[in-house]
Ligand binder design. Structure first.
Ligand code: MN
Length: 198
């Protein structure tokens, strides 16, 4: 099973928002470690033929002795694939359509949605993620701790911002709000829209 999605851009192409060294370490070391540890965790279970999405959606059926390792590492793989896939140099705006209409109806505007995502990321204590999620009917902004996936709560993650220090520390040090202020300039909203349409 190929766990890690390929990048559509070079490590330095998201600069200055995300520096090349952070990108390279994050993708080749952190994400790779989650993939390795996920495979080790499920090795002796019958989960090997299931998709990561299916495993996370049915997390309560994962054997107790590997459940936390699966939450951490299946979540780590899935969250990071979403993260790296949703960026493009310079960003790409959200086209008119069903998602934009629902964002406007729910949050008032895309700028207000972004403000809520920044706040959710800034107020997540310790390590975790800020999310735009969809429950099949409504959109919601939330955050999760560690590598917990919204899929475990039956929510579809549409956009996820990693607020672990490893995602920003080389460039922003303790200034997580500065990282959050910058990151929305490189979002490819067509990717977010495609997740919504699926
Ligand atoms: Mn990360």
């Amino acid at each position: 099973m190929k766990l890690i999605k390929e990048l559509k851009y070079e490590f330095n192409q998201l600069e200055p928002v995300i520096d090349a060294a952070t990108m390279e370490i994050h993708y080749t070391k952190h994400l790779a470690a989650y993939a390795t540890n996920f495979q080790a965790a499920i090795e002796k279970t019958d989960l090997a033929n299931e998709s990561i999405e299916a495993i996370l959606k049915n997390i309560d059926s994962v054997p107790a002795e590997v459940k936390q390792a699966v939450i951490n590492n299946a979540g780590g793989v899935h969250n990071h694939n979403l993260y790296f896939e949703q960026f493009t140099p310079g960003g790409k705006a959200l086209a008119d359509g069903k998602l934009l209409s629902l964002i406007n109806a729910t949050f008032g505007s895309i700028d207000e949605l972004i403000e809520q995502l920044k706040k959710a990321g800034a107020t997540r204590f310790g390590s975790g993620w800020s999310w735009l999620v969809y429950d099949g009917e409504n959109l919601k902004v939330m955050s999760t701790a560690n590598q917990d996936s919204p899929l475990m709560e039956n929510l579809v993650p549409l956009l996820g911002i990693d607020v672990w220090e490893h995602a920003y520390y080389l460039n922003y040090q303790n200034r997580r709000p500065d990282y959050l202020a910058a990151i929305f300039s490189i979002i490819d909203w067509s990717v977010v829209e495609a997740r919504f349409n699926n």
